[in-house]
Design a protein around this ligand. Structure first.
Ligand code: FAD
Length: 236
């Protein structure tokens, strides 16, 4: 597994609780869109799970910076990340993960819960930038409308590219207009929004309970297990 030293550049607010962190890598990091890495704040004790945590890349490869995005809690890791000073070094171990898009996958469906959006952002930014011939449908669930990280990027991509379609669903409040669906993602919602589901590769990402429910729903709807890939955000 490779390790990289990165220099902290800047912090960007995405929602009230979600922030992105941009770093300048001293050498090129060869990650594939959709992968993640471990941020190692405790280099002496690599088993320190409180200070060494996994975060997904939230940008495409090949930019002048790499970006990681965290939903903040009061944890030691959150505090350490927040306290980074401009120019400070951070150790990154990775990249890891196989919840990625292969060249032959042209029809894609994302099922995403909350902060699980980070690998999807990396993939979509790559698809848009590289003008890949992909047909994308995303079902994206959040608790509140104001909770949707990367909303402006998602809107820009869907407005600019008719082959990218995002359906937002809001769980904890009545949507303010009918461009949103209400409630958690269900099998009914999947089959209604994704009628050609058997032709698509499914990429599922979010908290473990959501990922498990989505896997079951996809299988019950007849998706082949080899067409379902998922990333479990253990820790939520
Ligand atoms: C592959 C992968 C990619 C991820 N990508 C992102 C990302 O892009 N953005 C993001 O915000 N988060 C991501 N996560 C989750 C992230 O690693 C943290 O677990 C999460 O942010 C919670 O950490 P915390 O310090 O805020 O909370 P904490 O207070 O440390 O943890 C919250 C709760 O989860 C429990 N918990 C924490 N870690 C674990 C664990 N390893 N196993 C079991 N229970 C645990 C704690 O006991 C506590 O109850 C990812 C996780 C994985 C595995």
């Amino acid at each position: 597994m490779n390790e990289y030293r990165l220099k902290f550049l800047e912090r960007i607010q995405r929602t009230d609780t979600v922030y992105s962190f941009r770093f300048c890598p001293c050498e090129k990091i060869d990650f594939v869109p959709g992968q993640f890495a471990q941020v190692v704040f405790d280099e002496q004790d690599r088993n320190n799970k409180k200070l060494n945590k996994y975060l997904s890349f939230s940008c495409r490869p090949g930019k002048e910076y790499v970006e990681l995005t965290k939903r903040f809690s009061g944890s030691d890791f959150s505090r350490r990340l927040w306290s980074l000073a401009k120019g400070e070094d951070v150790l990154l171990k990775g990249p890891m993960g196989s919840c990625t898009l292969d060249d032959q996958h042209h029809k894609v469906a994302f099922l995403i819960g909350g902060i699980g959006i980070t690998p999807a952002i990396s993939i979509l930014e790559h698809v848009v930038f590289s003008r890949l011939p992909c047909d994308v449908i995303m079902l994206y669930s959040n608790l509140l409308e104001s909770d949707i990280p990367f909303r402006s990027d998602l809107d820009a991509w869907t407005n600019h590219d008719p082959s990218i379609h995002v359906v937002h669903t809001i769980v904890d409040e009545k949507p303010h207009n009918n461009s949103y669906r209400q409630g958690m993602i269900t099998s009914e919602m999947i089959s209604c929004e994704i009628p050609d589901l058997k032709e698509r590769i499914f990429l599922i990402s979010g908290p473990p309970a959501m990922v498990s429910a989505m896997n079951q729903a996809c299988r019950a709807l007849g998706c082949l297990p080899e067409n379902i890939k998922s990333e479990n955000f253990v820790g939520y």
